[in-house]
Structure formats: structure tokens, C-alpha cells
Design a protein around this ligand. Structure first.
Ligand code: SAH
Length: 247
């Protein structure tokens, strides 16, 4: 029996029918070819999920789901918040997909001097919708019940950090500490951890200065120079393995 995950933005309530939007209905019916006996789990991206019964409309164009008992998944004890220097081109799309798989709680695309578009904030509703769709698909694929918050791209100094929180920056500077030293120091960490990764051109001196002023601990991920995407995934995975619930 196949098992499908379906995202709904509505509140999930036991026994209450929900009509799926045309795109989701089409995907289930024509792309995934969901059958009557397949298991379907609804999730709302905020930790609620429920197995459900799926019914098709008479014309087969849309589907309706009726949720069974609702499960509330507890919030993870580690909440990784990625501050990612916005890379050029489509790299951010792939980065968002993978960061969602790795359980990023919040993602801040950061406008950096040596990254995409420099420091000028641009509002792009289509880009924001695309990012949300990518993160939703990644949640579905990885069975992650928590959709990350994707923040508006901003320069570092406009980002407000919650406290208390641990701040780490992936750094190529000479004073960067080895990862295992940081884990040794904060062996029982839980809560918000901000993970900053530079764009392909690295952080500019004034950005490095902001990071230091905001107590970001410079951490080395090895002697090789990684692409921004690899560095972000390495840091997220390392944080999850050190402090997350995953074994
Ligand atoms: N253009 C730079 C590389 C920037 S890599 C150069 O050629 O030197 C982009 C980002 O990835 C960096 O800002 C840093 O945050 C991270 N990064 C890459 N390799 C790393 C490593 N070995 N250790 C820690 N961070 C790394």
C-alpha cells in the first residue's frame, strides 16, 4: 500500500470534509494515481496531521478529504534558523528544498554585498510563492510536519534575532573553531540556533563585523572551501545530528 502526504493550509479537524485545490487534486489523481486503498496523511505544516479518507467528485476533477483522529506533533527541541547569503540564479531554490528536508525552522535569505543583486531589497511575490511551493513539496517528500518560515530577503543588519539563542557562522577566517569543539562546549543545547552561511563571494568585512557584534561563533567545516549550498547543508545536518531529535 502506497503512503501519500498531502499538505492543506486549512485547519485539520476530525470528521470535517476539506476540498483539495485543483492543483493538488490533479497531482493526486493524474500524477500519483492514488488508489482507493492507498494511505493518505494530511498535514498542515504547523505540526498537525491525520490519516484521511479521500473521495472524488462525480466528474473526477477534484478530491475531498475527511480527516480521522488528529495527531499533534510536538515542536522539535532544536529550531535551526538559517541565515543564508542569497546566492545567484536558481541555487536558492535547491537550497530551500534541502534545508526543509533537514528540518530548518526558519530561513532568512540574506542580501549580501557579494551575493545576488547586492544589498537592494526587491519584492518579488512570484519568487516568494515559488519558494513556499518548494518548501511544501520538500515537507511532503520528507514527511516533515513543520513547514519552515521563509522570511523576506533582508540585509543582515535588518534581521532581528530572538533570544536566548545560539549563533554560529560557517567561516573561512583564521580564527574559526573546529565544529567538534563547539559541540563539546554546548553539549546539551536546545532551542533556536542561528546558522549563518555566506554567499558565493563570502561575507563582506562589514557583514563579518555585524556577525561578530551579534556573537556569531565562527566555525570551520574543514580545510576545503565549500560552495555556499554545501556549507549550509553540512552545518544544518551537523546541528541536527548533534542536538536534534534524530538519532
Ligand atoms: N568565495 C569564497 C568562498 C565562499 S564559500 C572563496 O573562494 O574563498 C560561501 C560560504 O560558505 C562562506 O561564506 C562560508 O560561510 C561557507 N564555507 C565554505 N567553506 C567553508 C568551510 N570550509 N568552513 C566553514 N564555512 C565554509
Amino acid at each position: 500500500m502506497a503512503h501519500f502526504y498531502v499538505y492543506v493550509s486549512d485547519d485539520i479537524c476530525e470528521g470535517q470534509p476539506l476540498r483539495l485545490d485543483p492543483a493538488t487534486s490533479h497531482h493526486l489523481l493524474r500524477v500519483l494515481r492514488v488508489g482507493e486503498n492507498d494511505r493518505i496523511t494530511l498535514f498542515d505544516g504547523r505540526g498537525k496531521r491525520a490519516d484521511c479518507i479521500l473521495r472524488w467528485s462525480a466528474n473526477g476533477r477534484w478530491a475531498e478529504v475527511v480527516a480521522g483522529p488528529v495527531e499533534h506533533v510536538p515542536s522539535p527541541k532544536l529550531r535551526p534558523c538559517l541565515l543564508q547569503g542569497l546566492p545567484k540564479g536558481a541555487a536558492m531554490d535547491e537550497l530551500l528544498r534541502r534545508a526543509t528536508e533537514l528540518g530548518a525552522w526558519e530561513i532568512h535569505p540574506v542580501l549580501c554585498r557579494y551575493g545576488d543583486g547586492g544589498l537592494r531589497p526587491t519584492k518579488s511575490p512570484s519568487r516568494e510563492l515559488r519558494w513556499r511551493a518548494i518548501a511544501t513539496a520538500a515537507c511532503r517528500q520528507s514527511r516533515n510536519p513543520f513547514l519552515p518560515t521563509i522570511c523576506q530577503p533582508l540585509p543582515l543588519e535588518k534581521i532581528s534575532l530572538r533570544s536566548p539563542s545560539l549563533h554560529i557562522v560557517a567561516s573561512l577566517e583564521a580564527d574559526a573553531r573546529p565544529w567538534r569543539e563547539v559541540v563539546g562546549h554546548f553539549s546539551e543545547f536546545a532551542g533556536d540556533v542561528y546558522l549563518a552561511v555566506g554567499p558565493e563571494g563570502d561575507f563582506a568585512p562589514e557583514e563579518q563585523h555585524w556577525l561578530r557584534q551579534n556573537d556569531f561563533l565562527p566555525v570551520s567545516l574543514g580545510t576545503r572551501v565549500l560552495t555556499a549550498e554545501t556549507a549550509a547543508m553540512t552545518l544544518l545536518a551537523a546541528a541536527q545530528l548533534a542536538w536534534g531529535q534524530d538519532p
